[in-house]
Structure formats: C-alpha cells, structure tokens
Design a protein around this ligand. Structure first.
Ligand code: SF4
Length: 212
C-alpha cells in the first residue's frame, strides 16, 4: 500500500537505451589510504530496483524489464573506451548489482573481462541481495575480480541510523540487516562503503546531523 502511495506521485521515466550507460563520468577520489585515484563512474542502464523508497529518484533512469544478456558488459566496454585511464570503477545501477532481475548473473564473467586492468571495483547493493544465493554471487564476483588482480567494494545505502526513520523510508531494511550485510562484506575481505542521507525525510533538521 505504501508502495502504491509513493508510485502514484511519480512522473514519467527517462527514455533509455539498454546498450548504453545512462551516465558516465571521470573523477578523482581518495582511496582507503587517502591517495587521489582516477575513477570511472558508470551509471548502468538496467531494470528498476524492486524497492520503493520514499526519497528515491533513481527509478527515473531505469527500465521496466531486465536488460538482455550481454547488454551490461557492452555498456561497460563502451563507457571505459570513452574515458581517460582509470584505476578504479564505480558500477552504480540505481539498485542492487546482485539483484538477478537487474543484472543477469550470467553476465558476471563478461563484466570482469570488461574491467581488465582496473584495480578496484565498487558496486552497490541492498542488504537483501547480500544474503543466501545473492551473497554467493557476490563472493564469486570477488573471486573472479581477484583472479584478474582487482579488489571488490560494495556500497550499501544505510540512509540513517535512526531506526524509526529508517522504517518509514520504506526501504525494507533494518539496522540489524545492515549489520549483517556489513559483517558479511568485511568478514569476506571486501570493503564496505556506506551511503547516508544528511537530511532524511521524517527527521527534524536540528537532529539530522547527529543521526547522520
Ligand atoms: S533500495 Fe536504493 S535504489 Fe532501490 S528504491 Fe531504495 S534507495 Fe532507490
């Protein structure tokens, strides 16, 4: 019901091409040791995230259906070919990389191949896609990247540590499920990146900095 309430307030989606990333950028970002690292930011075109968070606008740049096999590796090859040399790559897909409805798992080997020469790869995922069979996929990707000489980092949108506000965001995650995902990633040799909303909805401005 809350999903429907949120969805009725949405406008139209952008028109996207499944063979092209909808956003590509080059930036320098500090690595874990503080050194500036040339980074490719790839906003992958793929199916909409199955969650319906109240504050999210990422659905605008998504498709209704899963992209065909081979589309995402093609997007990556095309995007990297147009960028100056990068050392690390962010593959952000407006959802969860390990959601099989978003990026076909059969594409993972070709994705690793498309990332040849990259030292560090960052993907994003909801905690629900870091457990069970999805967690196993994450470990397989970590291992395949390691064989190619790269490390894997996973970004998780915690959004806020305020338990009641987190529940009202309609993200269907809890502080406990975040903790489990964080333990899974760090316990398996992957870096964890966390997205936090500085001013989430439902939280008074005077309290937001403290909770962030
Ligand atoms: S899980 Fe992430 S991508 Fe999906 S609706 Fe929520 S904020 Fe948006």
């Amino acid at each position: 019901m809350r999903d429907a309430w949120i969805r009725t307030r949405r406008g139209a989606k952008a028109v996207l091409d499944a063979s092209t990333a909808y956003g590509v950028a080059w930036e320098e970002e500090a690595d874990a040791r503080g050194a500036l690292t040339p980074t490719g930011v790839l906003l992958l075109t793929n199916r909409e995230c199955p969650f319906t968070c109240v504050m999210c606008d990422l659905w605008v740049n998504t498709l209704d259906e899963r992209v065909p096999a081979g589309a995402v590796p093609g997007q990556i090859r095309q995007a990297l070919a147009g960028l100056p040399r990068v050392r690390q790559v962010k593959l952000y897909n407006a959802g969860s990389f390990f959601d099989p409805g978003a990026i076909p798992p059969s594409d993972d080997p070709a994705i690793v191949e498309a990332l040849a020469g990259i030292a560090h790869v960052i993907v994003e995922s909801h905690p629900a896609f870091l457990a069970g069979v999805h967690g196993e996929r994450c470990l397989r990707l970590r291992d395949a990247l390691a064989r190619a000489g790269a490390t894997l980092e996973v970004a998780v949108g915690l959004e806020t540590a305020h338990p009641d506000v987190l529940a009202r965001l309609n993200k269907r995650m809890t502080l406990e499920s975040f903790d489990e995902a964080a333990a899974f990633l760090t316990g398996n040799g992957m870096a964890l990146r966390v997205f936090v909303l500085l001013q989430p909805p439902f939280l008074a401005a005077a309290e937001s900095l403290t909770w962030a």
